[in-house]
Design a protein around this ligand. Structure first.
Ligand code: TYM
Length: 326
């Protein structure tokens, strides 16, 4: 029986943080056993906000290396840079012709990002390119964090609209969003998500951070009034965020952590959180150090060739359906 296809992407600018890891990358890795997985470093998406051209290729290479260190296995998954496969952009154009501008202007991320960097057409059309990424390979499932929910909804709408207008072509992709960890919050403001673009580096922990940095970040994390360690997003978002991280890194249930640290004060609890994060990230740091940039570049280049071939076969069917062939 044909295995189902999984697709997901990650923007390469800014460093990869524990939110990316717990919300998405852990699922990317896990799903490799069961599905045909395609994982993409989405460099074209990263160009929709201001970026430094001189650092771009370096950051992209580093992201590629971090993802392999996190467990993306190029022997089992197709792995490449988006810009190496032009079919993403071709399909985005075609999908753009059936996308309403009203729907795009309601996208939360567009509203947020256009507020800080100014609106451009790329940022406005971003969700259409993302839909194309997913539909290009007829993906059945897409592992992402909670912030991508609305974009996934658009991809599903566009698949349905295309199928209705041009004939049954795309499966309707299902989001895979974890019950816990889908929205890791900023350490400095637990009301907003942890983000690569937050100007305050104290707001996040990077997967490559050294133990001392992790200890310092968690020690300085904003907590809530009171002193009990209790999982309660309404009353105690700062503490809940830390409990959730500890639970995910150790595999311990939330209640067991509450049970052990409930009344012992924040200090002791934060030290334990820091140690669990350090331990959880140690294999990633070690794997990163053991990788060679040249090898990583070869892996993504070989991945791009294979992805290109695959995309061409699929895209030919789209060209036929929309009347661009014969
Ligand atoms: P990006 O690069 O912002 O993030 C990569 C993945 O990490 C998840 N994530 C989080 N999860 C939990 N807590 C957080 N604080 C947190 N921050 C980020 C994101 O949900 C994402 O899964 N638009 C996408 C990239 C993309 C894509 C695609 C994804 C482009 N094309 C096709 C899936 C399918 C993005 O900007 O992810």
């Amino acid at each position: 029986m044909k295995r189902k296809t999984v697709f997901s992407g990650l923007q390469p600018t800014g460093n990869i943080h524990v939110g990316n890891y717990l919300g998405a990358l852990r699922n990317w890795v896990r799903l490799q056993d069961e599905y045909d997985c395609i994982y993409c470093i989405v460099d074209l998406h990263a160009m929709t906000v201001e970026y430094d051209t001189s650092d771009f290729a370096k950051e992209r290479g580093e992201a590629a290396r971090v993802l392999i260190a996190c467990g993306v296995d190029p022997k089992r998954s197709l792995y490449y840079y988006q810009s190496e496969v032009p079919h993403h952009v071709e399909l985005a154009w075609i999908l753009g012709t059936i996308t309403g501008t009203g729907q795009l202007s309601r996208m939360t991320q567009f509203k947020e990002k256009s507020g800080t960097t100014g609106a451009n057409l790329g940022l406005f059309a971003y969700p259409v390119l993302m839909a194309a990424d997913i539909l290009l390979y007829r993906a059945d499932a897409v592992p992402v964090g909670d912030d991508q929910r609305q974009h996934l909804e658009l991809a599903r709408d566009l698949a349905e609209r295309f199928n209705f207008r041009f004939g049954e072509e795309f499966p309707i992709p299902e989001p895979i969003i974890p019950e816990h960890g889908a929205r890791i919050m900023s350490l400095q403001d637990p009301k907003v998500k942890m983000s690569k673009s937050d100007p305050d580096p104290g707001s996040r922990i990077l997967v490559l951070d050294d133990p001392d940095t992790i200890r310092a970040r968690i020690k300085a994390a904003v907590t809530d009034s009171g002193s009990d360690v209790r999982f309660d997003w309404e009353q105690k978002p700062g503490i809940s965020n830390l409990i959730e991280m500890m639970s995910l890194f150790t595999g311990r249930p939330l209640e067991s952590i509450e049970g052990e640290y409930g009344t012992g004060g924040y200090g002791k609890f934060k030290e334990a959180v820091a140690e669990s994060v350090i331990e959880g990230l140690a294999p990633i740091r070690a794997a990163f150090a053991a990788l060679d940039d040249g090898d990583v570049e070869q892996i993504v280049r070989a991945g791009a060739l294979e992805a290109h071939e695959k995309a061409e076969v699929f895209q030919q069917r789209v060209r036929e359906r929309v009347g661009l062939r014969g």
